[in-house]
Design a protein around this ligand. Structure first.
Ligand code: ACO
Length: 402
């Protein structure tokens, strides 16, 4: 057609790659994935080693600054994050204006967007000190905002952060504690949540990280870019899958479908039903994060003494899928989200908070991706082309003649 040849004339070639299945949008030194072999490394370190031996703040430092911190660097970084956990009081007015049944992901994104109005002294995309300040502010304030979104949905009073606590401990207290009541953080729960945050911390050019980069490529500030990334993460094909898994398991438990009938529906693609928490664009093997999550879940449920019938349903679904031709031929394995929801539920989080927890974990990855892009002299505004398939030129017809 006329329009396609126009684009060809202009560029010399045209690539149509719907969903960017085979298109690299950047060069990056942050995260390495080998989807066929089930390998994931942050800055060269295998995810299994980081999950076992590191902490979320240390991994955040690694992703953002490129190296593991020394003891002194970690102390300084932790101290800075601890000092910035408070929110401007006026920001609380914004949070209180949302309806109580607002989805906490919408509240989270709106509040992060609003950080750009409260902290106008850290909006630069070139000034290193300002970028550092917006980085620390985001890392410190996102857990506070997330906990406030929870409190709001429960109709409970807000607490002020306790900056003598670590990031995860503070978040758990802000979420589950009450003013004037002592809240003892369960160290087993805190350790498990810290590990889950590590597992979610980055995943190279996934949908939300690509969103953060695309928005930032127009020189939008870090708060605006991350706010957009939170919206991308909320979708059920991305971070929203962790709550969709629980909804799916709940429906089976309620007897809407037996496990077998449900799997038949999935394979027949009835009403677009999918086995949520299964499949991945990059992993064509067991997601290495899912393997770690499964082990953590076993240990945690045992320690907390939780016996969840939804777990039996999940295990049955996995067992069927791993043997079934439909899933085997398409190389569909559990992804990181298949079992995380069961852990979050055991910790006491309502389903609507699951994707918010993912966002807290993914934040250092978004920040690292945005900063890497801003420092790369090869960066250009992200601007995909299209192949036009509409009408060729035609003449305007006035309204009274149509
Ligand atoms: N259940 C049933 N069938 C599936 C599933 C699933 N979960 N995932 C993929 N398929 C099928 C597709 O229907 C397609 O079948 P076809 O070849 O007959 O057309 C084939 O497997 C290939 O799948 P695509 O959709 O082309 O794969 P894509 O890479 O585009 O999608 C995605 C990846 C979005 C993750 C997909 O597997 C999915 O929707 N999974 C369920 C949602 C989910 O768990 N998302 C979380 C991803 S991980 C994360 O974001 C943290």
């Amino acid at each position: 057609g006329y329009e396609i040849s126009a684009l060809l004339k202009e560029t010399g070639n045209v690539t149509l790659d719907v969903g960017y299945v085979n298109t690299a949008s950047c060069q990056s030194a942050i995260t390495y994935i080998d989807g066929g072999a089930g390998i994931l490394r942050y800055r060269g370190y295998p995810i299994e080693q980081l999950a076992k031996g590191s902490t979320f703040l240390e991994v955040s430092y690694l992703l953002i600054y490129g190296e593991l911190p020394t003891t002194q660097q970690l102390e300084e970084f932790t101290g800075k994050v601890q000092r910035h956990t408070m929110l401007q009081e006026d920001l609380k007015n914004l949070l209180s204006a949302f309806p109580r049944d607002a989805h906490p992901m919408s509240v989270l994104s709106a509040a992060v967007s609003a950080l750009g109005t409260f902290y106008q002294d850290s909006l630069s995309i070139t000034d290193k000190d300002q970028i550092e300040l917006s980085t620390i502010r985001l890392l410190a304030k996102l857990p506070t905002i997330a906990a406030y979104a929870y409190k709001k949905s429960e109709g409970q009073p807000l607490l002020y952060p306790d900056n003598s606590l670590g990031l995860v401990e503070n978040f758990l207290r802000l979420t589950f504690g009450f003013p004037a009541e002592k809240y003892d953080v369960d160290p087993v729960m805190a350790k498990a949540l810290d590990q889950l945050f590590i597992l979610h911390a980055d995943h190279e050019q996934n949908c939300s990280a690509s969103t953060v980069r695309l928005v930032g490529s127009a020189h939008a500030n870090l708060f605006a870019s991350v706010s957009a990334g939170i919206h991308a993460l909320s979708g059920p094909l991305h971070g929203g899958a962790n709550s969709a898994v629980l909804d799916m398991l709940g429906e089976i438990q309620r007897g809407d479908d037996s496990v077998e009938t449900f799997m038949k529906k999935v394979k027949n693609k009835e009403d677009g039903v999918k086995l949520m928490g299964f499949g991945h664009r990059v992993y064509k093997n067991y997601d290495p994060r899912a393997a770690i999550v499964k082990q953590t879940m076993d240990e945690l449920l045992k320690k907390l003494g939780v016996n969840d019938p939804l777990l039996d349903i999940a295990l049955q679904l996995e067992e069927i899928a791993l043997k079934d031709d439909y899933f085997v031929e398409r190389k569909l394995y559990p992804n990181v989200d298949f079992y995380t929801g069961l852990i979050y539920k055991a910790m006491g989080f309502p389903t609507r908070m699951f994707t918010v927890l993912f966002a807290i974990g993914r934040l250092p990855g978004w920040v690292a991706q945005w900063r890497e892009m801003m420092e790369d002299p090869a960066t250009k505004i992200g601007r995909p082309r299209q192949i036009y398939i509409g009408e060729t030129e035609r003449q305007f017809v006035p309204l009274d003649k149509r």
